[in-house]
Design a protein around this ligand. Structure first.
Ligand code: MEV
Length: 447
């Protein structure tokens, strides 16, 4: 094995030392220029930079993503300008367009259906399961009482431990039992609170069984495998919806309202029945959801993994949204679990997450769930509307053209000319480059 590039103590090096080591060992071409490039993304303010460095480990610079705004969201009659962080072109534009479209048709409605979070203690018990089940009501009580110091603050805020269930999972895995615990964590996402309580449950469970005379010597040997929250929160669900008479949809990209509504519903139903389409359909929803989740400093990996488990809850991967036409009314809705927090974690630490919260009027976790689900629905509406009318490439390629022109260092005037030229032509990198070369040659020969 080539160990030339092995290093110990990388984490102890300063940022500059880390960059120099990388430049020397991995970026041979121009180490000094490369080091300068990395450093050029440092924050001017040293204290602010220290804050970013503290979020993660072995940091050498900052990775920027665009922070955009989708205005005109009316949710339950309240107006929002929603912050969205995404690298994908057309996402913010599609959300903003859908927000405007529905603003003129009564706006979005949203409702939090429940807010329960789940945690698990996974353990092995090598004995008579009936005995464990019969002792459990007392054990459960002792577990709850043994965590009072951890739960007191959360209880003051209206949350805490809701329930602890003992699950016998031995039909799935030998000697495998589980405490499935449910929590209310109010405005916090609750990961730290839940995990602290679960680890205490794990310790107490071992002690309580060991000190209980009901159990034999062998049965007292309980092995806790792990204690951790579950990111699957099927009882922390929010519903967002829109509806209007079909005729009020108007003519969409030349398509009459009735035809559009029927085609739209059919497209959604395809995502309900076909996992291949459902995956892309839901990806479009997550384009909107993740953007808000990132902008507000929440954990997008948790939200993603939960959404996809939820989408498979009936045994096959399906659409997170649904649509129908009933008595001449077009209805479109989403139900999705969103375990979001508005206090604690990065929400309060990241300067731009704080700004997002301010922009949204310092929402409660429930309000943020409603905003985020609505943006997911709006995003889905924009995507399916485009797919069932003009196709997705038209809008996409317009943005793509801007990106290509930017990468070719085109001026604003050149970009406008390119937009005009490609209005009715296929866009590709080569075609755009050729157009720009010709434009510049022509300008050169005229001057
Ligand atoms: C692209 O990021 C998202 C879409 O593919 C979603 C969809 O197909 O519904 C446009």
């Amino acid at each position: 094995m080539n160990e030339d590039k092995k290093i110990t103590g990388f984490s102890k090096l300063s940022k500059t030392e880390k960059i120099h080591w990388l430049a020397q060992n991995f970026l041979y071409n121009n180490p000094i220029a490369v080091a300068k490039d990395f450093a050029s993304f440092w924050h001017d303010n040293i204290e602010e930079q220290k804050l970013f460095d503290g979020f993660s480990e072995n940091t050498i610079t900052n990775f920027y993503l665009p922070f955009g705004i989708a205005p005109n969201f009316s949710i339950n009659g309240k107006m929002y300008a929603v912050p969205m962080v995404t690298e994908e072109s057309s996402v913010v534009a599609a959300a903003a367009n859908a927000a405007k479209f529905w603003l003129d048709r009564g706006g979005f409605k949203a409702k939090v259906l429940n807010t329960v979070k789940i945690g698990q203690v996974h353990f092995n018990y090598f004995g008579d399961s009936k005995k464990l089940k019969s002792a459990f009501p007392i054990i459960k009580n002792d577990l709850i009482n043994g965590c009072k110091d951890l739960t007191a603050n959360m209880e003051k805020r209206g949350g805490g431990i809701l329930e602890i269930e003992l699950l016998d999972m031995t039909d799935k895995l030998e000697n495998y039992f589980q405490l499935r615990c449910s929590f209310e964590t109010c405005d916090s996402m609750g990961a730290n609170f839940i995990n602290s309580v679960l680890e205490r449950f794990g310790q107490l469970l071992v002690e309580l069984i060991a000190s209980n005379d009901l159990f034999t010597y062998q049965e007292k040997d309980v092995k806790v495998i792990m204690c951790i929250l579950s990111n699957f929160t099927p009882d922390c669900v929010v519903r967002a919806s829109v509806e209007c008479p079909v005729k009020d949809l108007g003519i969409i990209d030349g398509m009459p309202a009735q035809e559009f509504a029927e085609k739209f519903v059919q497209a959604v139903k395809i995502a309900v029945v076909d996992p291949y389409r459902a995956t892309t359909h839901n990806k479009g929803i997550m384009n909107g959801i993740d953007s808000v989740v990132i902008a507000t400093g929440n954990d997008f990996r948790a939200i993603e993994s939960c959404a996809h488990t939820y989408a498979s809850r009936n045994g096959s991967y399906s659409s997170l949204s649904d649509a129908c036409i009933e008595d001449g009314i077009f209805k479109f809705w989403i139900e999705i679990p969103l375990a979001l927090g508005t206090v604690g974690g990065l929400t309060a630490l990241h300067p731009l997450a704080k700004k997002s919260m301010e922009l949204l009027g310092m929402p409660s976790a429930s309000e943020l769930m409603m905003i985020t689900a609505t943006v997911g629905l709006a995003q889905n509406f924009g995507a399916v509307k485009a797919l069932t009318t003009s196709g997705i490439q038209q809008g996409h390629m317009k943005m793509h053209l801007s990106n290509i022109m930017m990468s070719l260092q085109a001026s604003e005037e050149e970009l406008q000319k390119a937009k005009e030229f490609f209005k009715d032509k296929a866009i590709s990198f080569n075609a755009a480059r050729e157009f720009l070369t010709n434009l510049r040659n022509r300008a050169f020969s005229i001057s």
